[in-house]
Design a protein around this ligand. Structure first.
Ligand code: ADP
Ligand code: ASP
Ligand code: MG
Length: 449
């Protein structure tokens, strides 16, 4: 086993000046023990949203004020940390300026410009973070993540540039190269480079996956995800009352929770760690001594449960066999990502697909698909844009208790699907009923434990 540990700090962790002492203490603690930390940092909280908004301001030619605002925000934060690093940040603002000018000239936001502009959030935060640590006396090297993570080519340009997947096999060359740099390493979450060296993004909230990719490449001892809650809970503690902290989770439980909507981990973050059998520990930057949640091959949440939800889904129901592959390709190229599919053998109903609709996507209609696919049989599809999927992940006995309690028929879901092997019940309701139904179910499971 190597002596690397990956420490990923999310947007709210890096955006609070008082958290930086904690971050420096953690890094120093590892270095003193001979463990080599690699920090994977997100952009400051909300900056990726501001950069996405900047894309549209660039298109409209009204971007200079927005760039000035981003400048003030980052320079102001650096000042709060006692840093005076305007010349170090300036080249990144110049990239923003050039890229915005190009968007305006090209009269379109290409996926490649999108990636180059939004990537600047992580370039800025890591520049500030590396300077802070150096000033705090921690030997620190800033490394560009685009030299560590390379993405697979994807023919669909939107996914290629904004939802890239990277190679994560063990990489002794990178490991040796980074090991030659002294002290701690600071690098960016969320960004990578493609085979041509162009900047790509791993998808919103993708820094967790960067940490997991890098951990697997370096065969790290542990991947720590530092965030704004004290670990993974039975459900989102900010939206559901009475949630229970989960000290341990197996990889497959954590993977299911992340894939089905538990925002605390990016959907793709578990697999790379699992394949290399590297524990993931979810910890709180505001409460660093709390043990958090450990996700590993020897951990299990056998008596517990997870209740996760995706409040905005678009479903498509296929009344008969049509060219599903063409529809799927078309939706993928439009940026829709499938969360789950139920087929007729599972549902005893006509074939159906369930699709995750990105929040910035307009409502989908059969007519749109018909035009895109030049297929007029498509208007027979049933599309619903306002559905939520609530998933209860638990042991067989918990699932049976819930089945017996009668709560599922009280909820009268639009659809109900059980996956007995995984111990998951999927419940589809209208979006507007998502939170109340999730709370009812959570209360019921807790009282049945
Ligand atoms: P970061 O910026 O650190 O990546 P995120 O906002 O992406 O943080 O993830 C942390 C948030 O995940 C928490 O504030 C919480 O609201 C949300 N969350 C959703 N489901 C869960 C869960 N089951 N357990 C803990 N947190 C959850
Ligand atoms: N900064 C990116 C986002 O907000 C990636 C991340 O924070 O995980 O989506
Ligand atoms: Mg996150």
């Amino acid at each position: 086993m190597s002596n690397w540990v990956v420490l990923k700090f999310g947007g709210s962790s890096v955006a609070e000046a008082e958290h930086w002492q904690t971050i420096a203490d953690q890094v120093s603690g590892h270095l003193q023990k001979g463990v080599k930390p690699i920090l994977v940092l997100s952009a400051l909280k909300n900056v990726s949203n501001l950069l996405e908004a900047l894309l549209h301001q660039a298109l409209a030619g009204v971007y200079p004020n927005a760039i000035s605002h981003l400048k003030e925000l980052h320079l102001g934060f650096a000042t709060q940390l006692g840093l005076s690093i305007q010349p170090d940040l300036q080249p990144i603002f110049e990239i923003l300026d050039e890229q915005c000018q190009a968007v305006f000239n090209e009269k379109t936001i290409s996926p490649s410009r999108h990636a180059s502009i939004v990537a600047c959030g992580e370039l800025l935060s890591t520049t500030i973070g590396a300077h802070y640590l150096s000033k705090a006396g921690v030997d620190t090297n800033w490394v560009d993540a685009r030299g560590i993570l390379s993405s697979h080519n994807n023919l669909d340009l939107w996914h290629h540039f904004t939802s890239a997947k990277c190679d994560f096999s063990s990489d002794p060359k990178i490991s040796q190269h980074l090991a030659r740099l002294s002290g701690a390493i600071v690098t960016q979450g969320f960004i990578a480079s493609d085979e041509d060296g162009a900047t790509v993004l791993l998808g919103r909230e993708g820094s967790d996956t960067s940490a997991s990719y890098i951990g697997a490449k370096l065969q790290a001892q542990e991947i720590q995800i530092w965030t704004d809650v004290t670990g993974v809970f039975s459900s989102n503690p900010r939206e559901i009352d009475g949630t229970i902290p989960l000290a341990e989770l197996s990889y497959s439980q954590a993977n299911l929770m992340a894939r089905l909507g538990a925002k605390v981990l990016h959907p793709r973050a578990v697999e790379p760690a699992q394949q290399s059998n590297i524990p993931i520990r979810v910890k709180s930057t505001g409460n660093p001594h709390h043990p958090g949640t450990c996700i590993s091959s020897s951990s299990n949440n056998s008596d517990g449960f997870g209740l996760v939800f995706e409040p905005r889904l678009t479903s498509i129901k296929f009344p008969r066999r049509i060219n599903l592959e063409a529809i799927e390709k078309c939706l993928q190229s439009e940026g829709y990502d499938k969360v789950i599919e139920f087929d007729d053998t599972q549902l005893n109903q006509p074939e159906s697909f369930w699709l995750y609709s990105n929040s910035d996507k307009p409502e989908l209609t059969p007519q749109q698909l018909e035009i895109k696919l030049h297929d007029n049989s498509i208007d027979s599809l049933e599309i619903s844009n306002n559905l939520a999927l609530i998933s209860l992940i638990g042991s067989q006995s918990i699932v049976e208790k819930i089945d017996d309690s009668g709560i599922l028929s009280d909820i009268s879901p639009i659809k109900l699907f059980r996956h007995n092997i995984n111990g998951v019940i999927y419940i589809v309701v209208d979006s507007e009923k998502c939170l109340t139904t999730a709370q009812l179910l959570h209360d019921d499971v807790v009282s049945n434990l």
